[in-house]
Design a protein around this ligand. Structure first.
Ligand code: SPV
Ligand code: MG
Length: 432
């Protein structure tokens, strides 16, 4: 009886390395190739430059491929269980974490019925490396990056966003990938927070760090990452200025700006009513949203309206009234903010909003109610969760502690075990 061999590709482009795997796999019998679904690819790998259907067609047309199937999870349990291939064929470039998780999973599944793993030496040559780097760079280009937030909203139950305030924090957001309970996971996008951008510059979060400086930070992050970026646009400033800035952000490849319905000297929302803060009128804020939307040249960029009614204790009715008005004015999403210790008021808002409005994405920032889980957020119709300041809040205490210890000990030896070795740091940084 003809034996079957199985291999899975998550690639956007076929190069000689893949053809070699196909050639080798074919030697073992009938070759079935799995194509990793878009949903699985965004959790375990880079965002697909080419959608699943096109990748499927591309692989179907390669000589030597007998059958193509969709592989829905990066781990092989389901696919091995349904195909029971005699052989799984894979490049030998999966020995390092997190890829080693996938290798172990394949070995475990094959051992259940005596299937065999065939490892093919991975083709590392200048041409293959160049193709890989071109595909990565494509993702960083404005026309690919900008639309990705909308694409992610269609692919993910909830889009997970982490704060970044510099090139290096952007790289952490970009490259951190973990395995938990047999699933690989990573962040989908970055939030360039006004609080953290100001903090990094040692300034208060009062719109003192101006838009040119904010764009410089954005540029640093865009320069070294590929994931989509949401900008915290503070109040958006004057409607006339907001329109110009939106156009610039859109051209840079930013995916969304979130503006909050406050006027006057902006203070951070986490102060709530402890400091003086003034909410904008519905009419004036709607005009700002409209000015931003009218300035856009693509259907991709999102202007998201942030409601401060709960922060300023104006009540649920006010928050909801504003939400519907902002959607009517053209907002592409609603962010509801709260500084309560529990998510109750946010959930009440979302449930009531969703009764009437099914489509418009909802964004939340669970800083004060951090015990809430992503699953709970999904159950209340929330589409984007922003971990708004957590890299900043973890980095600065660590730096302060190091400064204290060096001063106390009159040398750096005592801090050695708490700081990242330089060869680890440089692993994060890509060279051209
Ligand atoms: C920020 O991160 O700057 C925000 C969110 O605007 S918050 O700090 O919670 O107001
Ligand atoms: Mg802010």
């Amino acid at each position: 009886m003809t034996k079957t061999a199985y291999t899975c590709f998550s690639t956007d482009v076929i190069h000689e390395g893949h053809l070699n795997i196909i050639k080798e796999g074919k030697k073992y019998g009938r070759l079935i190739v799995g194509v990793l679904s878009d949903k699985a690819k965004v959790r375990s790998d880079r965002f697909p430059v080419i959608p699943f259907e096109e990748r499927f067609e591309m692989i179907k047309n390669i000589d030597g491929v007998d059958e193509v199937v969709e592989q829905k999870n990066v781990l092989y349990d389901e696919v091995i269980n349904s195909i029971k291939p005699d052989y799984v064929v894979h490049g030998n470039n999966w020995n390092e974490y997190p890829d080693s998780i996938i290798k172990d999973n394949v070995i475990k599944n094959l051992s259940k019925y005596g299937g065999e793993l065939v490892e093919v030496p991975y083709t590392y040559n200048a041409k293959v490396l160049k193709i890989n780097s071109i595909m990565r760079e494509k993702l960083a280009m404005p026309e690919y990056r900008r639309k990705r937030l909308r694409q992610l909203l269609n692919l993910c139950p909830i889009v997970k966003v982490i704060e970044a305030h510099s090139g290096i924090s952007g790289l952490i957001a970009e490259k951190t990938i973990v395995e938990r309970n047999g699933e690989l996971d990573q962040f989908d996008a970055m939030w360039v927070s006004s609080l953290c951008d100001s903090t990094a510059k040692g300034k208060p979060d009062i719109e003192l760090v101006d838009i040119s400086s904010r764009m410089r930070t954005l540029d640093d992050i865009l320069d070294v990452t590929t994931k989509p970026v949401i900008l915290d646009g503070d109040t958006g400033g004057q409607a006339e200025h907001f329109a110009y800035n939106v156009r610039t952000l859109e051209r840079m490849g930013i995916s969304a700006v979130i503006i909050e319905d406050k006027i006057g000297l902006k203070r951070n929302s986490l102060f709530g009513t402890e400091v003086e803060q003034t909410q904008d009128s519905i009419e004036s804020f709607c005009n700002k949203i409209k000015a931003g939307k009218e300035a856009l040249r693509t259907e991709e960029f999102m202007v998201i309206a942030r409601i401060e009614s709960l922060i300023l204790e104006q009540g649920m009715e006010d928050a909801l009234k504003r939400a519907f008005a902002y959607v009517e004015a053209g907002a592409d999403g609603i962010m509801i903010h709260s500084r309560r210790k529990t998510p109750d008021e946010v959930f009440e808002f979302c449930d009531k909003f969703r009764q009437k409005e099914k489509q418009t994405p909802i964004v939340v920032v669970p800083t004060s109610y951090s015990q809430v889980t992503e699953n709970e957020l999904v159950q209340h119709g929330i589409n984007i969760v922003i971990y708004a300041n957590h890299l900043t809040r973890s980095a600065f205490p660590a730096m302060k502690n190091t400064a204290v210890e060096i001063l106390k000990n009159h040398r750096a030896y005592e801090v050695e075990n708490n700081i990242m070795p330089f060869n680890e740091i440089i692993k994060l940084i890509d060279e051209l």
